[in-house]
Design a protein around this ligand. Structure first.
Ligand code: ADP
Ligand code: MG
Length: 285
């Protein structure tokens, strides 16, 4: 039978909006000494806004009608920002495929369209203008009919308690904090330095994130928690010792796969969850 202390721990957690899927995760989280985190939607709000639209040999509204036709099929935070653009009529896209960590491909009225990051463009041999390399914000590139057609610069903001979240993890004695992102390297490093995260890697595909966590798990000194908002993160949530999902924008798959759900969407609750695990363990053992 499960000792009473566990129920106390589960109750204390739920009062803070932290949902443990089972008492055993209180025990596992108490031993966590490395926290690996996703960026977009976990440490940042994942609420993007369009800052700039630059088109090449195509009028902006027409350009956006292609892009929006494709993004209508995506639930990514980037899609939400792009779909905020005001347009008379969005066209119909078919065969839309999500390429994890890269973006989307599809067909609009017989014309192939690609919407995503530099990796997606490289994979299709589409040259991107060098001027975009100095942009620090997230850039979405668009190719229409295998021609580079323009880009959209979008900005995201840190969650209010993102910095506090890292401070609290440091205070809880967690020395290994790693941020992994599918977003570009420059923006990943900038966010990491703002948050005092020493180790960060950008430009990762979901399988790269999985490899990073698996490599850490190979080292017997680590008990790894992975924290994600879910879009593309389900495999890493499953492979980590404790998978923690952000409940706010988090996808259903993530919530199903995770062991712990932070329903308030605040990353500062990660340290709290670890502390509750530790104090429960102290009572039980
Ligand atoms: P993260 O949450 O770490 O930023 P994701 O794997 O969710 O990573 O996304 C990685 C990258 O793939 C994004 O930064 C973006 O460049 C691209 N991407 C994903 N989905 C879309 C989309 N719907 N539209 C455009 N680009 C996208
Ligand atoms: Mg994310």
């Amino acid at each position: 039978s499960i000792p009473l202390g566990y129920f106390g721990g589960l109750g204390a957690a739920s009062k803070h909006g932290i949902l443990f899927k089972g008492a055993s995760f209180l025990d596992t989280i108490s031993k966590v000494n490395a926290v690996v985190m996703d960026k977009t939607g976990t440490l940042t709000q994942g609420v993007f806004q369009i800052k700039t639209i630059k088109t090449f040999q195509i009028e902006e509204h027409e350009f956006m009608s292609y892009v929006m036709a494709i993004e209508t099929k995506s639930t990514h935070p980037i899609a939400k920002a792009i779909l905020d653009y005001k347009i008379e009529q969005v066209q119909e896209a078919v065969d839309v495929k999500e390429i994890a960590g890269q973006g989307l491909s599809g067909t609009v009225h017989g014309t192939p369209v690609l919407v995503g990051n530099a990796k997606l463009m490289q994979a299709h041999n589409i040259q991107i203008p060098s001027e975009t390399q100095v942009i620090v914000e997230t850039v979405v590139f668009v190719a229409i009919n295998a021609q580079f057609s323009g880009y959209i610069v979008i900005a995201d903001a840190l969650k209010e308690d993102a910095k506090d979240a890292i401070t609290k993890l440091h205070e809880a004695g967690i020395r290994d904090i790693v941020m992994l992102s599918g977003d570009k390297e420059s923006i990943t490093q900038q966010v990491a330095s703002e948050l005092n995260i020493k180790t960060a890697k950008g430009g990762l595909l979901p399988e790269d994130k999985l490899n990073e966590v698996e490599n850490m798990k190979q080292n017997p000194k680590y008990k790894v928690a992975f924290v994600g908002d879910g879009i593309n993160d389900a495999p890493v949530l499953a492979t980590s010792d404790v998978g923690i999902a952000m409940g706010g924008l988090g996808s259903d798959v993530a919530i199903e796969t995770a062991d712990v759900i932070i329903q308030t969407d605040q990353p500062s609750k990660i340290a709290q969850a670890i502390k509750i695990g530790r104090s429960t363990r102290a009572i039980v053992w």
